[in-house]
Every structure is written in C-alpha cells, then in structure tokens.
Write a protein of this length. Structure first.
Length: 539
C-alpha cells in the first residue's frame, strides 16, 4: 500500500527511514531530481564567480593577481577532493556524504557572502571547494547506481540539464546580481538552494554503504594531493601577471618538478598497496580508459577555449559582463534540451551515434569561431554557440554512460571521481596552453602588422591626416596633440586587430584538438542494441 507523502516525510525525519525504493517505482527519478539540485549550484558557482572578479578586486582593495586566487583556491581544493570522494562515500555512506557535501558548500557560500577581506574570502572558497569536490562525483555515482543499465543514458541526459542550466544562467545571473545588488549576492544565491537540497536529501534518499570498506591509503592520498596541487598551481599561475618569467620561471619549474615527483610516488604507491586510494585497475576496462582519453582531449580543446569568447566580446566589441553573459544563454538551453534526447538514443540504439555527431559539431563550431573580426555581427557569433550547445548536449551523456557501463556498483564512486579529475586536468591544461598561445600570437601578429604599416605611404598619411583633422575639430586638440592622438588610435587599432587574430588562432587550434577526439570514439565497444557493450562488470 502506498503511504501518504505526509507520513513518509514524518517517518523520514523521525528516523524510521522507510525505503521509498520498495514503495515507489518513481524513487530513482526523485533521487535524480535531488542530485540535480546539488549539481546546479556546484556548476553555477564555477561560472558565476568569473564575472564578479573586477568588482571583488575593487571592493576588497586588492590587486587582480591576488583576486585570481579566489578562482585558484577553489580549483585546487576541488581537484584534490574529487579522487577522495569514492573512499569517503564507500566508508561513510553515499547519502551522508552527499548531505554533508551540500552542507559544506552552503556554509562556504554563506561565509563568502559575509567576507570583508580577501583572506576570509579565500578560506570560505576552500570550504566551498571541499563540498563541490564531493557533490559532482558522488551525485553521479548515486544516479548511476539507482538506474538500471538500460536507463542510465536517459538519466544522465536529465542530470546534464542541471549543469547546462548553470552554464546558461550563471554568467547572466552573476552580471545582474553584481550590477543591481553587490558582489556578495553571487554567493548568497547558493544558500537557499543548498538548504532546500539538504532537506530534499534527508527526505528522499535512502542510505547506501559499500559492504567492502577499504582502509585509507594515506600515501596515495598525500602523493595525489601533492601531484594535483603542484600541477594545477603551475597551470593556473603560468601566465599570471606577477610571473614575469613565464613558464620557465623558477616557481613554475619547481611546481612542475614537485608534481612529477608526486606523480611517480603516487603510481608506485598505488601498485604496491593492497587497497589503493585510486584503483588504477579501472583503466583496464577499455571503454572507461578510452572515454577518459576523450574527455581529456575534450577538456583540452573545449574548456580550454571557453575564456576566449568573453574576452573577445568585452575587450574587442565593448560588451559589458552582463551582455556577454547573455550570449551564452542559448548554449545551456540547447544543451539541456539535447541531453535527454542523446540519452534516449544511447539507450535505444548506440551511444556512439550522438557521441560522434557531438564531436563533429563541436569541432565545426570552434572552427567557425576562428573567423571572428572587429566587425562581426551578432548572428556570426551566435550561430557557432548554437551548434556548440547541441554538441555538448549530444556528447556528455553517451560518454558518461559508456565510461561507467562496465563498472561494478561498488566502484562507481571511485570511477566517477577519476572521470571528473581527468576532465578537470584536461580543462586546466587547456586554459594554460591557450592562454600561453594567445599571448605569443598577439605578439606575433602585432609585429607583423607593425611591419606592414609604412609611415611614408600615401594611405598612412591620408588616414593620419583625417584623424588629425577630426581630433582638432571635435576635441579642440592642438596640431601636435592631434598628430599624437592619430598615431595612438592607429596603434590601438593594430593591437585590437592582433588580439582578434590571436583569438582566431586559438579557436582554430582548439577545433583541431577537438577533432582528434573522434579517433578514440570510433573504437569504443558498443553492441547493436544500445549503451555500451555489456561485458562482465569489473569486480
């Protein structure tokens, strides 16, 4: 007999813990909705903070280099916590882990909103990062565990809607809150959503705890933390303004050396210990290993180039943060609409179909962005974004389904943690790589354009004379000041042209890198009916 919702909630809160899974076939869908809440705020926070950095810098009276640690600190802690999520969830229980991850994230958000100094804000961001590092992989593991193999594609498609909504609305919401209220509001918005998510977790989810609880691999955790922190620190600071030595500076080289040592120690430790912190044996499954390679390439090409378009819109075309955020609204909407369709196709036919189409569309959209100019119309900018939204919706769901299809329920948390770590590292590599390429190509194109400008040519003298006359007539400049202004404007125009050409070069390279992901996709093992080829789940 079906119990009333009132009695069910009352029993949950009083601790009798009735199993909704035994009462309702809809239990797994309620769990999915619960997980989508946490995913939404975790991804929202990663996108909404970017637009707030200028206001935070001004409000706290600090420098841009120092304020960038608001992003870096979150990134470092997030990366370290991802691989730890599997052991924590197995040891303490998935429901309990997910609840406390939401609690930490909400608490960190509340503290960020109260911060009056950069130190307080960084401490709060660390707390946020710890919570977010568990929300994503543990939530994915819960969804994959509750849904049968033939419905996982559809479930992951709906799960992706929450991430897509954050991508769409994050920059727009952030810009609006900063313009209309203050920068603290971009953190305060997480608090009521987090509280609701915690309540939903208590009411909806039943506890699941792995029967085989492993001992904690201290050496594996420490070496993994050293490896990831040093690597992500080097990648995030390689192009920082304070780092005048660039990638060959002693600080960056030392970080890379420490990261390499940590990685070697980690590999040795994980092969010798009985219960490793990260089970590298998961990579023996071909589908899991191949999809991780695809995700790394995808993160390198796609996530590494995401910062280019906002820079182009704001620096070259003069859009505000809120206006540039509006450009990304259709991306998440299209991704959210396409993701469930992709999951349905993955379950009923083959996940390789949407995956291949998604990679092709992604490469095409990035290639189209390599033709931007100072005079690009809105339609030319939006069309590639439409295509990119479709591509992301088609791609994420089948990759997640294939990656975890042959992983046993006991190891899904570890596998999803590794899955997210690979994506994080790929994106970090991409941001660092494309940032370095952008700087070098700007210098290259500036040099080329400067050499092409012949100051003795009639064309140059004619343009300079016209600008000089305009400056004198409208600005009241003297003849000498008008000449200086004319040459300064020409120099600025050359710099703008060089920047746009450098952005185009980055997009072209990212398109080529994304196209490479097509190769491992065609080798993924799937059957004729759907999802991934159903081999014996890994023990």
């Amino acid at each position: 007999m079906v119990r009333s919702p009132h009695n069910y909630v009352r029993n949950k809160l009083l601790g009798s813990m009735p199993s909704l899974g035994n009462e309702h076939d809809s239990y797994k869908w309620w769990v999915l909705a619960n997980i989508m809440i946490g995913t939404f705020i975790a991804v929202l926070d990663a996108t909404i903070v970017n637009v707030g950095l200028p206001k935070i810098t001004a409000a706290l009276g600090t420098t841009v280099d120092n304020t960038e640690w608001v992003l870096t600190a979150y990134l470092l802690v997030f990366g370290v916590m991802l691989p730890a999520s599997g052991w924590v969830a197995d040891h303490f229980g998935y429901k309990r882990t997910y609840f406390f991850s939401l609690l930490l994230f909400t608490l960190g958000s509340f503290m960020c909103g109260l911060s009056s100094s950069l130190t307080m804000l960084l401490i709060s961001r660390v707390i946020q990062g710890i919570g977010a590092g568990f929300i994503m992989p543990v939530g994915m593991a819960i969804v994959m565990r509750e849904f049968p193999l033939e419905q996982r594609g559809l479930a992951m498609g709906f799960w992706a809607i929450s991430a897509a909504a954050s991508v769409s609305f994050g920059p727009m919401i952030g810009g609006y809150l900063i313009d209309k209220i203050n920068w603290q509001a971009i953190f305060d918005v997480n608090v009521p959503i987090g509280i609701f998510g915690m309540f939903a977790t208590l009411v909806i989810q039943r506890e699941y705890k792995s029967e085989a609880v492993r001992s904690f691999d201290v050496m594996g955790f420490l070496s993994m933390a050293v490896f990831l922190v040093a690597l992500l620190l080097a990648l995030s600071e390689g192009n920082a303004a304070w780092n005048t030595g660039g990638w060959t500076s002693p600080f960056i080289l030392m970080c890379l050396f420490i990261s390499a040592v940590g990685f070697v120690v980690f590999i040795v430790a994980e092969t010798l210990v009985e219960h490793p912190f990260v089970e590298l044996g998961l990579l023996k499954d071909f589908n899991f290993a191949a999809t991780n390679a695809i995700l790394f390439i995808f993160g390198l090409g796609m996530f590494g180039s995401t910062f280019l378009l906002p820079l182009y819109l704001q620096n070259s075309l003069g859009y505000t943060a809120f206006q540039s955020g509006l450009f990304f609204l259709p991306v998440g909407i299209l991704q959210g609409v396409t993701a469930p369709i992709s999951g349905f196709v993955s379950d009923k036919f083959s996940p390789k179909i949407p995956a291949v189409i998604g990679i092709v569309l992604l490469a095409v959209s990035l290639y189209m962005n390599s033709f931007l100019s100072l005079f690009s119309e809105q339609a030319q900018i939006m069309l590639p974004l439409y295509i990119r939204g479709l591509a992301m919706g088609l791609l994420f769901t089948p990759l997640s389904t294939i990656a975890l299809s042959n992983i046993s329920r006991e190891k899904i948390a570890q596998a999803s943690g590794m899955f997210n770590v690979i994506r994080q590292i790929g994106g970090s590599f991409g941001v660092a790589m494309f940032g370095a390429i952008l700087s070098r190509r700007v210098i290259y194109h500036t040099t080329i354009y400067a050499q092409m400008v012949d100051q003795t040519s009639p064309a140059f003298q004619n343009v300079t004379a016209n600008i000089k006359m305009f400056a004198q007539q409208t600005g009241g400049f003297t003849a000498a000041d008008a000449v200086s202004t004319a040459r300064m404007l020409l120099g600025n125009h050359i710099a703008q042209q060089a920047f746009v050409r450098a952005v185009n070069d980055d997009f072209f390279i990212s398109a080529a890198i994304s196209a490479v992901a097509f190769i491992p996709v065609i080798f993924l093992k799937t059957d004729k009916r759907g999802v991934a080829k159903k081999t014996q789940p890994m023990e």
